[in-house]
Design a protein around this ligand. Structure first.
Ligand SMILES: [Zn+2]
Length: 94
């Protein structure tokens, strides 16, 4: 595992971190996608891994905070649209 490799929270695949969505718990406990510093969880940019993460609540477990359903919805939408749109998304906890 090199310094730029990360592990998907759903399928445990190892790959370069650029291949994943990075979901970040910011220091103020807000959740962001691909933005900011804080505890991070990585998930493949695929519907399959997103669904597993949602069903098993993997992101919440990994980040040790409740991840809003909206976040999963946003990621699902980006599978069909322009990925750059999510870069500045920030989610409040509840
Ligand atoms: Zn995966």
């Amino acid at each position: 595992m090199t310094i730029n490799q990360r592990c998907c929270i759903s399928c445990r695949r190892l790959a370069d971190k650029s291949e994943f969505w990075r979901v970040v718990r910011l220091h103020n406990r807000e959740i962001s996608i691909n933005y900011g510093m804080g505890r991070s969880a990585y998930v493949c940019q695929t519907e399959k891994c997103l669904l597993v993460a949602e069903k098993k609540d993997r992101l919440s477990r990994s980040l040790k905070t409740a991840v809003p359903k909206d976040l999963y919805q946003t990621l699902k939408k980006t599978l069909m649209t322009d990925q750059s749109e999510i870069s500045a998304s920030v989610y409040k906890e509840h």
